[in-house]
Design a protein around this ligand. Structure first.
Ligand SMILES: O=C([O-])CC(=O)C(=O)O
Ligand SMILES: [Mg+2]
Length: 220
């Protein structure tokens, strides 16, 4: 059953959640990742994977990411800590196919991915630093999965919430998710009201006046 917070998160976007975290003095935005395969917003709970260069890892009989795919479902986003490495792929098309079969929301990689065209055809959103054709095999291995990881300097626990869209990727620590989402809902409603005013002909300088500038410092 989808948890209530995921349902609420799905009605928001990355900017509203980022604003809410600003308001609460929390850091959650993972900088430097782009949507490479789909223009769809994704959200859910993180299934984490930590990759390391093959020289530093233990050789494994299974390919990276496979355990995370098999443990994930419609409420999960697979989150791959590749340490920001951009010269080798940390995710590929066969993994994407298996993820789609399990109705996984999407994949976020702090590093590169490949088989971008396949993932695009599958409609699986992947957020990563870049695409590169070079295989992971012999270059990068999974050190662990379902463990705390770091993406672009942001700590991500296996139970963290995440939302990602065209504006970027935001991680919400589970312990603060409820208050972040509540603050984001208030911000979202406020912005909807502002948009309605602009549509009704109120000058944007008035709609985005002094109150907009200080809005994140106010209490919801
Ligand atoms: O070899 C890799 O890096 C993985 C790959 O292409 C795939 O999952 O299709
Ligand atoms: Mg492939």
């Amino acid at each position: 059953m989808t948890d209530r917070l995921i349902e609420r998160l799905r009605r928001l976007d990355a900017c509203a959640v980022s604003d809410a975290m600003d308001r609460l003095g929390l850091e959650g935005v993972a900088l430097g990742l782009q949507p490479l395969t789909a223009d769809r917003r994704i959200s859910g709970r993180a299934t984490t994977v930590r990759l390391v260069p093959a020289e530093e890892g233990v050789p494994s009989a299974r390919h990276l990411g496979t355990a995370a795919v098999e443990a994930s479902g419609p409420d999960n986003v697979i989150v791959v800590d590749q340490g920001g490495r951009t010269n080798v792929s940390g995710w590929g098309g066969i993994l994407s196919l298996a993820a789609v079969q399990r109705c996984v929301q999407g994949v976020i990689v702090d590093g590169a991915c490949r088989d971008v065209d396949e993932s695009r055809e599958l409609g699986l959103p992947i957020f990563a630093r870049n695409a590169v054709p070079l295989t992971a095999r012999g270059r990068v291995v999974e050190q662990d999965w379902n463990v705390p990881v770091q993406l672009c300097g942001i700590e991500v626990a296996p139970d963290s919430y995440v939302i990602a869209d065209g504006s970027g990727v935001v991680f919400l620590p589970a312990a603060h998710a409820e208050e972040i989402i509540a603050a984001a809902e208030a911000i979202w409603e406020r912005e909807q009201a502002m948009a309605a005013q602009v549509k009704n002909g109120v000058p944007v300088s008035e709609v985005m006046g002094a109150r907009y500038e200080t809005m994140l410092k106010e209490h919801a």
